[in-house]
Design a protein around this ligand. Structure first.
Ligand code: HSE
Length: 398
């Protein structure tokens, strides 16, 4: 019998306990051995909970338990989660995690410890929630040089933008609903300011390009400035607005950034609504593939974490390596990247055309106009904007 522990009993932790118990028989047949939950690390008791008898408050009971060979870290953050992951690996246990902040910040170091100890460090649930994404990227697309990865990587912001766009909800109402549904981070600033998507973009870039990126250096812009006027004008221009994480291979590294993009309504990403995430990978042999599914929430994320527990249980003798790359990934400046841009401005058509001769401004109910520019890099765009009363500008997906 293989025994595992769960660190943390929040939305995801309780989902992992549930899913592993529900599929106990199927999992035993896949692994060829029973996989049983032995302990759950909690800060306080949960009287009456079906797993109450497994709860412990002292991590060393798990660390020093020779029966526990797999530990699922779903605490979040980089404090206790980092310390316990490291101690569990050093104690010779495999660790699986859905903690994108930890994987983006310390994942390479933790993976190196796992290598030394010949155990697994797996983190499928850290990007895209329940979508099978990291394994396909690393395994099924292993014969490709990956040139570009981009997608909707945060369920909370996609839920908010969808509710604002299709139901006319305001930003705070939609955010509150996303929090109630268990999608948002403990501090939703990480969602709405794009920080969560930035961490996921860094993990994808590490895996895709083989060099470890400093997530904090990735230019990141969130959704807090997007207004209903932007969504209305985008639609009139046959686009919608989505927060995308984007990483592009360059000669000596990659160019990565997170920001709202205008997406043509004809693009598959435009129809990704609510908590759904989707990620496009462009590979040298396969071309473009898109992965789609629920990007947050209890059971979808638990599905990915449980799959990692099963994989770790199956790979006790031969570890699986998900390589986060050597340190020192070079981040090319995003400013040099040429795109078309959406601009919202309070301006007459003649004023717009004096600055952007090819633009066709469209007017919305606020009286402001929206238009798409010719292809430009960001500095060239920003040099032109002061000549107009421009209120917002967002990149248009190629
Ligand atoms: N807060 C995250 C999201 C949770 O909304 O996508 C899943 O990583």
């Amino acid at each position: 019998m293989i025994k595992f522990a769960i660190l943390g009993y929040g939305v995801v932790g309780s989902g992992v306990a549930e899913v592993m118990a529900e599929q106990r028989e199927k999992i035993a047949s896949v692994v060829g051995d029973a996989v049983e939950l032995k302990s759950i690390l909690v800060r306080h008791g949960y009287p009456g909970d079906p797993f109450a008898d497994k709860m412990v408050t002292d991590f060393s009971l798990i660390e020093n338990d020779p029966e526990i060979s797999v530990v699922a870290e779903v605490i979040g953050g980089v404090g206790a989660a980092y310390e316990y992951s490291k101690r569990a690996l050093l104690a010779g246990k495999s660790v699986v995690s859905s903690n994108k902040e930890l994987v983006a910040t310390h994942g390479a170091e933790l993976n190196e410890i796992a290598r030394r100890k010949n155990v697994n460090y797996l983190f499928e649930g850290s990007v895209g929630g329940g979508i099978p994404l990291l394994r396909p990227l690393c395994q099924c697309l292993a014969a490709n040089r990956v040139d570009e990865v981009f997608g909707i990587l945060n369920g909370t912001t996609n839920y908010i933008l969808t509710a604002m766009d299709t139901e006319g909800q305001d930003f705070s109402e939609a955010l509150q609903k996303a929090q109630e549904l268990g999608y948002a981070e403990a501090d939703p600033t990480a969602d709405v300011e794009g920080i969560d998507a930035c961490r996921k973009t860094a993990i994808l870039a590490d895996l895709a390009f083989g060099r470890n990126m400093d997530a904090s250096a990735i230019p990141t812009r969130g959704i807090t400035k997007i207004t209903s006027a932007d969504l209305e004008l985008a639609r009139a221009l046959d686009h919608t607005i989505k927060l995308l994480g984007h990483a592009i291979r360059t000669e000596d590294g990659c160019c990565a950034f997170v920001e709202p993009h205008l997406i043509p309504l004809s693009h598959l990403l435009a129809s990704v609504s609510g908590v759904m995430n989707a990620c496009v990978v462009r590979g040298s042999a396969v071309g473009e593939v898109m992965f789609y599914g629920p990007g947050a929430g209890k059971r979808p994320t638990a599905s990915a974490v449980a799959a990692d527990i099963i994989d770790a249980a199956q790979h006790q003798a031969y570890r699986k390596d998900t390589d986060l790359g050597a340190p020192g990934g070079v981040l090319a400046p995003e400013a040099a990247l040429i795109s078309r841009w959406y601009v919202r401005a309070e301006a007459e058509p003649d004023e717009v055309r004096a600055v952007f001769p090819e633009a066709v401004p469209i007017y919305g109910s606020s009286g402001e106009c929206g238009f798409l520019t010719e292809p430009l890099d960001r500095p060239a765009l920003e040099a032109k904007l002061p000549a107009l009363d421009a209120r917002a500008h967002y990149r248009v997906l190629h």
